[in-house]
Write a protein that binds this ligand. Structure first.
Ligand code: PRX
Length: 646
């Protein structure tokens, strides 16, 4: 049993939520959700305040999720306009570039002006409420400007991570039938250039749709890029002479705010759709209470806006709260392994939120790069994206936080919009490796494979039995898939796809995905996507992909590949196949291990037995279980003998 870290009384004394508040408010939130979430909605400025709070059914044949359905608001006005009177000169965004010499402060007033100008630009380009806009940008302020400008006019943004390949981008453009793409000439990360505009050009020739009318290009590096007239337009030219006022579009609480594509067990990535009112209530409230945000905090979440963490906890939650947010366009190891802590000292960061994979990578470099910085400004640390191993937790606590800063290990998903299970730093004692207890209004349960709810300490699959305002509403363009994926496995509950254990204190320990999703450095990769990228090569007959243990990434990608008859697997081909996946999906999906498989373990009906492959990839050949039902049990011996991790 790992040691418990009690809440620091000095921290609790000033915290928004203390232990008895948590207990009282949690009971209230699940006992009377309507009342609790009605009160919570008052944290936003509504054009028409909602009178209907919650209308939800998780029944697969009557699925609907509606929050604040008669409320009217504008998300960008809540993130900007309402702060102007008191916080107009307060810094909204501190931008820190890849190059340590580059940083600037943008006030709420300036950000408001930029967003209005870009909203007017979008309107001039013919973008109207409901249109889809793809944002494919580095971590520069223009990314937040683009998102908020869409929100201002009611366009639905879909941010695509700059590390995704032209093919992945093309898939998202086609699925969303986007009207406009905003990108930059190039990105710059760790001193290396990323050809964003060239990727857009390539993706548009592949997307198989001609929905995109305009490509807006931000000049970031000044690198030479082809501009295709009249489609491609420079951001800075378009912004010239635009008015810095743009009336926010009144939006219904249930109007879509954005879609964000994420990988699932099967098929292509799905467009997770979030709406306006409930999402903003939930992200702003969780941000304020979980990070215990105060007016003078400097808050830094290292996630890229291409992921949900960047949406909810770089842009929407913090800006709705009028916080000062650091936006970082660099990487933890450039120019050296001290970078995070140098940025903390430079901007006097008080609240710091990152991923376990980054902590592990930094831990490997030893304490010196951390200890040579002060970090005296820090008062709270957070993690997200994957289970954090207690060793990394302890290092974060001891070396980074100097045993002064509470750690919030926040469990959530793209689908959940905001954090669901987490410590509240002034209220909940922590245990390294546990996300602890549910946030207000969240009702987790652990079920066995038959769907029976387990009581007390137990382990099984994690479901949430009732809705919360930040929950996704549908899969863009495929509502049937939404119901199928999340509400059919355990009728009446939302299925998270995660396994979990609950201990004797009721604390949750997330054990990882129980479906065919691999969590690589906190990023979700569907095994089916990697397999289809591999079999696209003419020499590949078949491929099966599973997760394996990876010291830094948490999980790595392990591929078993069967070549077509007569082809011999060698190192050159292995490299070629891995490069093919990088090109097709992006570097994050590149297999760490690729083993030649003369045959794959299959049932008599032809289904690949991944359970067996997982055990081989995890170097547990003595735990393969029953293999007698395989069509050809003899294939297993070869795979075990030739395994790459021993
Ligand atoms: O397996 C869980 C893991 O990340 C998955 C969600 O991934 P994604 O939608 O990309 O969102 C990541 C950022 C919210 C979950 O199903 N996960 C996320 N946070 C944690 C976690 N696993 C354990 N502990 C966490 N704190």
């Amino acid at each position: 049993m790992s040691e418990k870290h009690p809440v620091d009384p000095a921290f609790a004394a000033r915290a928004h939520i203390r232990k008895d508040d948590y207990e009282r408010m949690y009971a209230e939130s699940v006992g009377n959700p309507e009342g609790f979430w009605k009160e919570a909605s008052k944290r936003l400025d509504w054009i028409v305040p909602p009178s209907k709070i919650k209308d939800v059914s998780f029944a697969a044949d009557d699925l609907h999720i509606r929050w604040y359905e008669d409320g009217v608001l504008n998300v960008s006005a809540n993130c900007l306009d309402r702060h102007l009177e008191k916080r107009g000169d307060k810094t909204a965004i501190i931008f820190e570039g890849d190059d340590p010499g580059e940083s600037r402060h943008i006030s709420y007033r300036e950000l408001h002006g930029e967003v209005c100008k870009f909203a007017n630009t979008l309107k001039n380009l013919g973008v109207v409420k409901g249109d889809r806009v793809i944002v494919y940008l580095p971590m520069i302020p223009e990314a937040a400007v683009a998102m908020l400008a869409c929100a201002r006019i009611g366009a639905i943004h879909s941010v695509v991570f700059g590390g995704f390949s032209p093919d992945s981008l093309a898939g998202r453009i086609a699925d969303s039938a986007a009207k406009l793409v905003i990108t930059a000439d190039e990105g710059c990360r760790g001193g290396k250039k990323i050809p964003l505009k060239a990727n857009v050009d390539e993706s548009l020739t592949r997307a198989g749709t001609n929905s995109v009318e305009t490509v807006v290009v931000v000049r970031r590096t000044g690198g030479a890029i082809p501009m295709q007239s009249p489609r491609d337009r420079w951001y800075h030219t378009l912004m010239e002479g635009q008015s810095a006022e743009c009336a926010p579009e009144p939006m219904n609480a249930e109007d879509p705010l954005f879609t964000l594509y994420t990988s699932g067990s099967t098929g292509k990535p799905k467009g997770v759709l979030h709406t306006s009112g409930g999402y903003l209530v939930y992200t702003s409230m969780t941000h304020e209470l979980i990070f215990d945000v105060r007016e003078d905090d400097v808050y830094w979440c290292t996630a890229d806006v291409g992921w949900i963490t960047g949406h909810s906890y770089v842009v929407y939650g913090p800006l709705a709260n009028g916080a000062t947010v650091v936006m970082f366009d660099g990487v933890p190891n450039y120019p050296d392994f001290s970078r995070f802590w140098q940025v903390v000292d430079k901007h006097k960061v008080t609240l710091f939120y990152t991923a376990p994979t980054a902590i592990r990578a930094l831990m490997r470099e030893g304490e010196e790069p951390v200890k040579k910085t002060s970090r005296a400004s820090l008062r709270l640390l957070g993690t997200v994206g994957e289970p954090i191993n207690p060793e990394a937790w302890n290092w974060y606590w001891r070396v980074v936080g100097g045993e002064r800063c509470p750690i919030v290990d926040t469990w959530w998903q793209t689908e959940t919009g905001g954090i669901l299970i987490t410590p509240l730093p002034g209220a909940i004692d922590t245990k390294p490796g546990s996300a602890t207890l549910p946030f207000f209004g969240i009702t987790p349960a652990i079920v066995d494979t038959e769907g029976k709810v387990q009581e007390g300490p137990c382990s099984g699959n994690l479901v949430i039995t009732d809705s919360w305002p930040g929950q996704m509403r549908t899969v863009y363009g495929d509502h049937a898939r939404f119901i199928e994926t999340y509400f059919k496995t355990y009728p009446g509950s939302y299925f998270t796809g995660d396994g979990a254990r609950r201990d004797e204190d009721g604390y949750y320990w997330i054990t990882g995905r129980v479906d065919d999703v691999i969590n690589v450095s906190g990023h979700r990769i569907g095994t089916a996507e990697v397999e289809s990228a591999l079999v696209a090569h003419p020499k590949v007959a078949e491929a099966a992909v599973v997760g394996c243990v990876h010291e830094i990434k948490g999980q790595g990608i392990y591929a078993f590949v069967t070549l077509t008859a007569g082809v011999v697997g060698d190192d050159a081909l292995r490299k070629e196949l891995i490069a093919g996946v990088r090109k097709e999906i992006g570097p994050i999906a590149a297999p760490d291990y690729l083993q030649w498989a003369p045959g794959l373990p299959k049932t008599r009906s032809g289904k690949i037995m991944r359970r067996i492959l997982r055990k081989i990839a995890e170097n547990q050949p003595d735990q393969l279980g029953d293999i007698s039902t395989l069509a050809d049990p003899s294939v297993v011996k070869n795979l075990v003998d030739e395994r790459l991790i021993k």
